[in-house]
Design a protein around this ligand. Sequence first.
Ligand code: MN
Length: 719
Amino acid sequence: MDVTSSLRSLLPYGRRSIGINQLVDKLETYLPPEDVERVQAAYDFAHEAHSGQRRRSGEPYITHPVAVADLLADLRLDPETMMASILHDVMEDTPIVKEEIANRFGQEVADLVDGVSKLDQIQFKSRAEAQAESFRKMLLAMVRDIRVIMVKLADRTHNMRTLGSMPPAKRRTIARETLEIYAPIANRLGMHAIKVELEDLGFRSLYPRRYKVIETAVRRAKGNQKQFVGKIAAALEAALARNAVAARVEGREKEAYSIYQKMRRKKISLAEIVDVYGFRIVVGDADTCYRTLGIVHGTYKPMPGRFKDYIAIPRANGYQSLHTTLFGPNGMPIEVQIRTEEMHRIAESGIAAHWQYKEGGGSGRGQGDRAHEWLQQLVEIQQGGNSEEFLESVKVDLFPDKVYVFTPKGDIRRMPRGSTCVDFAYAVHTDVGNRCVAAKVDRRLVPLRTALRNGQTVEIITAKGATPNPSWVNFVVTAKARAAIRQYLKGLKRSEAIDLGRRLLGQALEEFSLNLRKVPGEDLDTLAVDLGLRNSDELLERIGLGERVAPFVARRLLPAEGSSSPEGSTAAGPLAIAGTEGLVVTYARCCFPIPNDPILANLSSGRGVVIHREACGNLSSFRKQPEKWVSVAWQPAGDRTFHVEIKAEVTNRMGVLAQVASAIAGTQTNIDRVSVVERDSDSSTLIFELLVQDRRHLARVIRAIRAMPEVLKVTRSLA
Ligand code: MN
């Protein structure tokens, strides 16, 4: 039976609703009794949940899910999809929660219902074509199980059938959405019958007058053609019979919406389209299709340039057929489609064909498998053409590696999977990224590192003068965000390095009783060029990064006749360290220096100055390179904290870690990290990395925990 025509015969508004008994009759034709019973149990549950609710038309609400299920029963879908289709509105419209559905009908059914409910929550507002394309992809990306889309398409189909009871404005919105979003999705998945019905209903509601004009023209043409159609069909059947080809020849209906689209696309008149006879010939196998083509071309002359081989090169949704146009009686064109039964079946139900219930072929296969199967089939039938490109285009839709999110204005942006708010900010504009300080997802404040999910609305909050945080590099996933943050840090590091270089060189010059400010700029530039560098800034940057040694550079700046040795010169003061130097001053993680600690620094190539405690064991390795030493001293500064590590040996008692941690917190100290090393059955060592201001602050912390009876010993880590 031709599914299209069976759907079309049901078309007009206000037809009687389908009852559960009719549905059960249909299910019994292909499902085993125990599965039919499960579907019936879902019906009983939904009936109860929706009791008292009515559709806008006045009918009991349950008629809607039953009608949706009935549409899917025509596609012979599996019991889980059938149950989910009957339950598809209970989460949305009744107090029933997902867990209850899972408990009663299984996780699979619950996930399907949940998926449909989630799709219902996102709204399409924009009217731009590119946005519609993105929105379709967003919907597909949101579903992990393609059956969710099938239920949604059936849901939409029934809502369109009963659109008459909606107020006109609402009707237009829904109709437009149907034409722009849902019909193309049905088409993409090869679900032709549903696509045709959605288009027909959508077109009729959105453009009632245009629909009427086309429909009338089609009906009139059909009347005029009746006689000829019979003659042509008889001629074709006779020719096929003479060649012993078993075939079914049928007249083909033309859909109003596709006529409308053809008129707009090809700019041809209505008469030119409707005065065409349409035929479909269905045969046994692909070879016979080509033989049939020969027979057909032998009966009526083919129009040059109109033959299309969609068997060798199928359409992206798997559609296969041979198309040709012939010169009919009186020169009237005849359009003919030639295909096999199998091609016909796939042309009607597309991906749904892979979900059709098969005995014994039950739930062994995973969700993705059948979608993959469909893909695989598309690849197999795609013998010619650019199959790689073809496959990509399908894969992008079915297995998206992108997330689709809304801007506050309702525009859709496509982001790589795993993208965070910061990635989004940089995608909007580099300036937005650089100045972003907070983000809202679905109007709620979230951390900037939050990964985005399909369908969310993302708003970025920026502040004047805000700058990127170096830690963002650790979680952003887009190249654009990463490059922009790195670029910023590089610039920052450069200016910080020049600054530090100037201080280091100044300090070195003091050893010779010279003042850097009194050294003429051109002398510094000349020296830079002598050293193979571009200019004085680059020289200072190299010094700041520890790639050039300040005393050596200083020596080359000395006046030629002056004393060439530092003897007798005033001792230079140490380099002041305030803890606010940024990226070119780092604190060694072997000894964790904090203010008031005696410190030393060494120049580390590329990293600038690294501060150690004088007592640090690692310093011995630098002893042989005295030119890399820098004398440093703490400079008082306000509110900054430094990392420091302490170890507390404790007796093994329940909750001891929590007690020590809360004692530390009691001294207004932040704990950055904690780990526990078991020493023996009686004692353990707790290692805390804390943030403190200076030694006094640290002493306060140590005193506080030393006083605890569980604490045996407290030491500060030192390499
Ligand atoms: Mn519904």
